[in-house]
Design a protein. Structure first.
Length: 131
């Protein structure tokens, strides 16, 4: 199940410029060097608002997951989408869709790597797959 089209705005422009290049960007604190999730407005450690963008390696571990069950349509079977909380190797946690896995094969500790998918008319968004 692909995600709906996501559009960039002034606050997300640099993040989506990165995803367009195939780069996952995190927020990096200019005061203490802590890496934080992309939507952070201040540092998770020292609360400084001096944040810049830094590329992440794009590797992580599944912390938790859920299966979203969709409705059957037009004689097709119902959809099942795996969504997860992924702890990046750099530390921050991201919520994302897991692709390339069956719902029954996901487990905590599963190593994943980021990829990017784009819904028609939208931005490239991070999606994780088994490493």
């Amino acid at each position: 199940m692909p995600a709906g089209a996501v559009q960039r705005d002034a606050d997300t422009a640099e993040f989506f410029a990165g995803t367009e290049r195939g780069e996952l960007l995190l927020r990096c604190c200019g005061s203490c060097g802590q890496l934080s999730r992309p939507q952070a407005r201040s540092c998770d450690r020292c609360r400084s608002a001096d944040l810049s963008w830094a590329p992440a390696a794009g590797q992580g571990t599944v912390i938790s997951w859920a299966v979203v069950h969709g409705r059957a349509a037009g004689g097709e079977p119902p959809t099942r989408t795996v969504v997860a909380i992924v702890e990046l190797d750099e530390g921050p946690w991201l919520h994302s869709r897991l692709a390339g896995v069956s719902p029954g094969s996901v487990s905590g500790g599963l190593r994943v790597t980021v990829g990017f998918e784009r819904a028609e008319g939208g931005e490239a968004i991070p999606v994780f797959r088994p490493a």
